[in-house]
Each structure stands twice: as structure tokens, then as C-alpha cells.
Ligand binder design. Structure first.
Ligand SMILES: [Zn+2]
Length: 406
């Protein structure tokens, strides 16, 4: 048994009145964050110790009593206190030597990363949620909520309001219900190809909406900046971006859930997405080749969220008692899945694989997926690594090799 954290996100059924109140809550929370942050930054500047939660909470009560900041009283206290806790966390993280990537917290702007958390004071009753001061709000319950509810966060994006319900679940980490193993390759013509021959078409959500987006953006450029029409158009674009993100997210979640339920072990190629998208252009000394074709490929990889897909797949598999194994082997796209003959010549076009040795012909992405499965299952990748000097230990049995290298 192990504990996992999970969040469910649902769209709230808001009306103008509720939206105005929520927006005011967000505004107050943002104000408290920014004001406390400003105080602390000043103190850092003058080499004074920064204020932690307790001192800041004291300041908060003073602000609430003042005429100037009296509006803070209209917002539930826990929401504002939570912002102070978040700020304390952010400062502790940025001074933590174990988290070198954390930076000094920044001021929050209206509309970006606006979210308010309710650590308590809320209630959930089937399809509605109770928030302090506001009361009951319905939400579009798209799936069952299981686990112990820890807290909820209300946020807005693209003019819509959402609630994210954070729960803690006890998970039985048993065996996966199947023993199925599968290899998956990022396709060039499709989103993904499986070693069993399945090809998954991508949504190409961005491409499909790209023209529309470009047209709307041109319209925006023609409008006077700051005018009512300009604002309306800007909202329209924000909504379009939002739609694209939703379509993509839905596609990835459905696909990763299905795979994690049907297969216990999933082999994927170790990918360096960053390298792939930066290397095409090359350097001044060594300009890249086929820059245009490569940037197209990179774009579609980034567009379709292959990276996010793998991330989801990994955690969903672990919930099911399965696992994802990364395979490192360079020739998966040039090797024949039938006889093992490896040659560049095998791949005349991007879509079709034709073996020069045995004449085997197959979709190139499926062939690569089969190779990934074989390489993963036999530990060939590890052999290859050992030969290239990465791993010097003598080979053991298959499990040993796999656990050493992968
Ligand atoms: Zn062959």
C-alpha cells in the first residue's frame, strides 16, 4: 500500500454574480501575495531577516482593520492565509540548496496563475461544492471522486472557472492485471505506433486550429489597442488557445489511461526532445541539414505532446502495478524487426521500411516499435551500451542487465 496525491478538475457552473465574487477573492489574494512579497523584498534589500508566516499573518489582521485595505475582510480568511503560506513556501524553496532551480518569488499579475486555495471551510456534495461567503456552486462532474479530500483550488482560464479537488488515495501496489508487454514509438506520420501494429492518429490540435488562430490574430492586429473591440478579440483568442489545450489534454489522457490498463510493461525509446528541436539549425561552423523538414518533425512532436504523454503513461502504469522502461538504442529505425539486418538503406522513405536482406516490408514506425520491444525485452540496448564503453560490468542474465542499464 502506498499513498498517492491526485487532483480532479471540474468546470464550475458560475453566473455573473459568482464570477464577480470569485474574481474579488482572487484579487484580494493577489494583493496579499504582492504586498507581503514587496515587504520581504525590501527587507532583503536592506539586509533584514524576512518575515515568515506568523509575522505576515499579523500584518494581515492589521490590514483588514484599516480603512485603506478593509476590502480584504470580504474574502474568506483561510484563502488569504493560504497565500501567505504559499509565499513562505516559495521563499524557503528558493533558499533551499537542494532545489537549485527555484528562484525568488515574483509578483502576480491579474489573470496569470490566478488561483485561490481553500484548505478548509468548503463542502462537497455530489455535484456541487460549498464555498465560504459564496455558498453552493454546481460543477460539471465528469468523473467519480475517490479518496480523502485534502483541499480545493479555484482558478480561472479563458473566461471559465474551475475547481481542482486534491485528494489522497491509498493505492494497492499489487501486480498488474495482465502480463502484456508492448513497445511504443513516436510516429512521424502518426502520433504513436505500437509493436502490435496499432497506429494512433494524432489530434494535431494545434495544426487544425492554426489557420483559425492566425486569422483571429490578424484581426486583433487591425484593431486599436485597448479598445472594446480589441479586448473582445483578445478574449476570443484566449478562448481558442484554451480549446486547443483541452482537446490535446483529453486525447493524451484517454490514450495513456487505455495503454496503462492493457499492458504491464511499456518500452519506449529514450528521447531527448530538447536536443531534437534545437539541433536542426546547427551552429555557424556546422549548419544543420534538412532544417525545414526537421523543424516540421520537431514541431509535430512538441505539438502533440509526446513528452506529456510519456509522463502520464509512467505514473498511470505505476498506479496499475505496471512499469515504463526506457530503451536506449540508436538503430531502432534502421533495423529490420524480422531478421535484424541493420542498414540506413533499409529506410528509403520516412513512412516505409523495406529490408534489403530479407525483403520484409512494413510501416516504418511500427517496425521501430517492434524493435523497441525486442531491444527492451532482450536487453540488447544494454549490450550496445556496454560495447560503446558506457557500462563495463560483465553481462549477467536478462533481468540483471535490464535493471542495470534501464
Ligand atoms: Zn530483414
Amino acid at each position: 500500500m502506498s499513498k498517492i496525491q491526485k487532483a480532479y478538475k471540474f468546470r464550475l457552473k458560475t453566473n455573473r454574480n459568482i464570477e464577480e465574487k470569485l474574481a474579488r477573492f482572487c484579487g484580494s489574494a493577489r494583493f496579499v501575495w504582492n504586498k507581503s512579497l514587496a515587504m520581504n523584498l525590501e527587507r532583503l534589500e536592506s539586509r533584514q531577516p524576512i518575515l515568515w508566516y506568523n509575522e505576515l499573518a499579523f500584518w494581515l489582521t492589521l490590514w483588514k482593520r484599516s480603512d485603506q485595505y478593509g476590502f480584504l475582510k470580504e474574502c474568506p480568511s483561510q484563502v488569504l492565509q493560504q497565500k501567505l503560506r504559499d509565499l513562505e513556501r516559495a521563499f524557503r524553496d528558493c533558499f533551499d540548496k537542494n532545489q537549485p532551480l527555484k528562484r525568488i518569488p515574483v509578483f502576480k499579475k491579474k489573470g496569470s496563475g490566478d488561483g485561490i486555495r481553500f484548505p478548509q471551510g468548503f463542502k462537497i456534495d455530489n455535484r456541487r461544492i460549498f464555498l465560504p461567503i459564496i455558498g453552493w456552486i454546481g460543477f460539471y462532474k465528469s468523473c467519480h471522486i475517490s479518496g480523502t479530500v485534502k483541499n480545493i483550488t479555484v482558478s480561472t482560464k479563458g473566461g471559465k472557472w474551475y475547481v481542482s479537488i486534491q485528494v489522497e488515495q491509498m493505492l494497492e501496489t499489487g501486480k498488474h492485471s495482465t502480463e502484456s508487454e508492448i513497445g511504443i514509438d513516436a510516429g512521424i506520420k502518426c502520433f504513436a505506433a505500437f509493436s502490435d501494429g496499432t497506429m494512433v492518429e494524432g489530434v494535431h490540435s494545434f495544426r487544425k486550429h492554426e489557420d483559425l488562430l492566425a486569422r483571429e490574430q490578424r484581426k486583433l492586429a487591425r484593431k486599436r489597442k485597448g479598445s472594446e473591440n480589441w479586448k473582445r478579440q483578445r478574449r476570443k483568442i484566449a478562448e481558442l488557445h484554451h480549446t486547443i489545450a483541452n482537446v490535446r489534454s483529453d486525447f493524451l489522457h484517454k490514450l495513456s489511461t487505455g495503454i496503462s490498463q492493457n499492458h504491464a510493461t511499456v518500452y519506449v525509446e529514450r528521447l531527448q526532445i530538447k536536443n531534437m528541436s534545437s539541433s536542426a539549425r546547427g551552429t555557424i561552423e556546422e549548419p544543420g541539414r534538412k532544417v525545414k523538414a526537421k523543424s516540421g518533425l520537431n514541431k509535430s512532436i512538441l505539438d502533440q505532446g509526446w513528452f506529456e504523454f510519456r509522463r502520464q503513461l509512467a505514473y498511470k502504469l505505476s498506479w496499475q502495478g505496471g512499469r515504463m522502461v526506457e530503451v536506449e538504442y540508436r538503430h531502432t529505425s534502421q533495423m529490420c524487426s524480422c531478421c535484424g539486418h541493420t542498414s540506413k538503406e533499409n529506410r528509403k522513405t520516412q513512412a516505409v521500411f523495406r529490408c534489403l536482406a530479407c525483403g520484409h516490408e512494413e510501416n516504418a514506425d511500427v517496425n521501430a516499435a517492434k524493435n523497441i520491444l525486442t531491444v527492451g525485452q532482450t536487453g540488447m540496448a544494454c549490450e550496445a551500451n556496454r560495447m560503446s564503453g558506457r557500462q563495463q560490468e560483465p553481462a549477467g542474465n536478462r533481468e540483471e542487465i535490464l535493471s542495470q542499464a534501464c
